[in-house]
Design a protein around this ligand. Structure first.
Ligand code: NAD
Length: 249
């Protein structure tokens, strides 16, 4: 078991994209970071690059039954969880009328129900310590309407509501809950969406006052701030990290 002085974080989807950048920032700041994802190869690669403070666990967070055992595994190994970053997510771009119930439920299961179930189990372990910080990851799809991403928009908008509800209920007990709404960040998720649709890319950048896409590390910096005591009097906020996209014309 780890020493009591060690700060322990879980970052879901920590093997790639934004989650990997968050993990890098945490490890640079000496935070033991458990990365949870589905792809063992990606997780292994991250561990190779990031070293002993990076702890990979392979799990599919849409499998709700497996979540309590996952949290128990972290507690058995490290004795505590100080930080949870709910970063794992999937997107699905389809015409509204083409989206099946199964499509819709699949996105909601990963982006919303999995986040709820993991947060609940982690909060149970934080309550006795009267301290903890949870950072959720939302999207511009929760700030304004984006066509053809109906389930994704529903899931991310719900995440912001859940952030506020959890903050009001849990902050009196020392657990802060905040949310980051990334703008358009250069990762696999956006390159997939934008490479097939240049018009969409130009539209996104056209309303971004800073005129460029963000880098995963920009979200990493914000997550480090919200996860640690630098933000100790902040709870229940949604912080856009978006080059001004959410307020752009
Ligand atoms: P990504 O596809 O590179 O990373 C997503 C990660 O989540 C992957 O590692 C994937 O394996 C993991 N994941 C997905 N489903 C999972 C499951 N069921 N169980 C375990 N792990 C699972 O995408 P990204 O761009 O880095 O996105 C990270 C987060 O940021 C997502 O929540 C996404 O919605 C959000 N986001 C991204 C952008 C952007 O511009 N890239 C913008 C807004 C919000």
């Amino acid at each position: 078991m780890n020493t009591v002085n060690q700060t322990v974080a879980i970052v879901t989807g920590g093997g790639s994209g934004i989650g990997l950048a968050i993990t890098e920032k945490f490890i640079q700041n000496n935070i033991t970071t458990v990365i949870v994802g589905r792809d063992p190869e990606k997780l292994h690669q991250a561990k190779q690059n990031l070293g002993t403070l990076c702890i990979p666990i392979v799990a599919d967070l849409s499998d709700l039954e497996a979540i309590p055992a996952l949290v128990k595994q972290v507690i058995t190994q490290f004795g505590r969880i100080d930080i949870l970053v709910n970063n794992a997510g999937i997107n699905m771009k389809k015409e509204f009328t083409e989206v099946t119930n199964e499509d819709f439920q699949k996105v909601i299961q990963t982006n919303l129900v999995g986040v709820f179930a993991l947060s609940r189990e982690v909060v149970k372990t934080m309550l006795p310590n009267k301290k903890g910080s949870i950072v959720n990851i939302s999207s511009m799809a929760a700030q304004y309407g984006i066509p053809k991403v109906i389930a994704y928009s529903a899931s991310k908008t719900a995440i912001e509501g859940m952030t506020r509800a959890m903050a009001t209920e849990l902050s009196p007990q020392g657990i802060r809950i905040n949310c980051i709404a990334p703008g358009f960040i250069a990762t696999d998720m956006t390159s997939k969406a934008f490479n097939q649709d240049v018009e969409r890319k130009n539209k996104a950048l056209g309303r971004t006052p800073m005129g460029v896409m963000g880098m995963p590390g920009d979200i990493g910096d914000a997550a480090l701030f919200l996860a640690t005591d630098s933000s100790r009097y902040i709870t229940g906020v949604v912080l856009p990290v978006d080059g001004g996209n959410s307020i752009g014309f």
